[in-house]
Design a protein around this ligand. Sequence first.
Ligand code: IMP
Length: 438
Amino acid sequence: MSVVVIVGAQWGDEGKGKVVDLLTERVQVVARWGGGANAGHTIVVGGKKHVTHLIPSGILRSGVTCVLGEGMVIDPQTLLSEIRTFRGAGFMSRDSDLVVSGRAHVTMPHHADMDRLREQHPEAIGSTKRGIGPTYESKAARTGVRVGDLLRPERFRKALTRDVESVAPTLERLGAPVPDLARLEKDFLAIGDQLRPFVKDASRFLHEQIRAGKNVLFEGAQGVLLDIDHGTYPFVTSSSTTAGGACAGLGVGPTVVDSVLGIVKAYATRVGRGPFPTELDDNVGQRLREVGAEFGSTTGRPRRCGWLDIPALRLATRLSGIDALALTKLDVLAGLDPIRLCVAYRLGTQTLDELPLDPDDLAAVEPIYEDMPGWDSQGPVSREEDLPPAARRYVARISELVGLPFALISMGPGREETLLKRDPFRPADGAQAGGGAV
Ligand code: IMP
């Protein structure tokens, strides 16, 4: 039995969905702990692309139960539409394939309206406009609506009225539509009825699965550097994206976690505003965006692209206690020469080895680069030895600078385009070098 946490070790969009899908071959439960429909995981199976915003990426494996945990904020309309899409595609045949926590908070249309209207402000942070921040605001204000309320009409009516009354002045100031309570009641109670078979106590379900010796994967959304407490505030999301957040958001103790896998893209990207020291505003950045298809799977926004940032990665690995890395999109770098690796920052007369979280310091840092030779186009390989020598040197240098091994290297979107060096769910039989393509 193993419990493994997977986190994005940058600003999100590291390719977690593919890695989770791949590792779920030996997993019985995949649970998400935070965020909501702001996430977007793209997974390619058998050449077909699947996108999920709420349901964990494990949904594409039969026999895997997917859990939406207590710490999440759930837009029930998006959830229903995902359930229908996955069922239509032949996945999720049993109701028991999905567990939705009754204590997760519900994103209501007025939350999305608040988010959208605030985003019109020139100083807005560039959110996904999915109502994530306002839903967590209602939760923290103790006025929020929870999934369990959708199953009890009287309780739902009270909770909805309480929340709308609480945010009414904000809605008015923003010029948001006045919520039609009767309509919302009717629509959301109908949705609640459809969600009823999936609603459970997720924390207790996980506890039982772990006690029964199942392999469980906790799937992070966004990236560590977008964490509300430890990220590049205020340009962050509203939930805990570090590995520690998994325990809080799922109601499990830290002692159940065996290891933490950090997913890192071979270069850096970020969507929305906020500091990004290695950002490239030139044709190399443009090339990374095009070759890497760096457009948000939730919003379609072009992602900002730049060189891999080791000081940022060091911070993320420290904040999440990451003990192994998975490298994604190595193939996107093929054809670039040189490839630049930011190994430290200069801040005045100081050299920093980790991204500073003071906003003024972060705005003032200058990346210190190490140039590495590039390699020509490269197809997927099943043994690390078959990677072009320059690609191997690049991977080895990252590992050396961060002080962590790579468990997996991904060279394309398909399951088969992967070199699995060590499966975190198979610690006993150790390295599976070569033939790792799953
Ligand atoms: P929010 O989570 O929609 O409130 O957005 C807050 C910040 O987090 C914005 O910069 C978003 O672009 C970013 N963000 C939220 N979810 C994701 C994600 O899944 N990938 C990358 N960035 C994200």
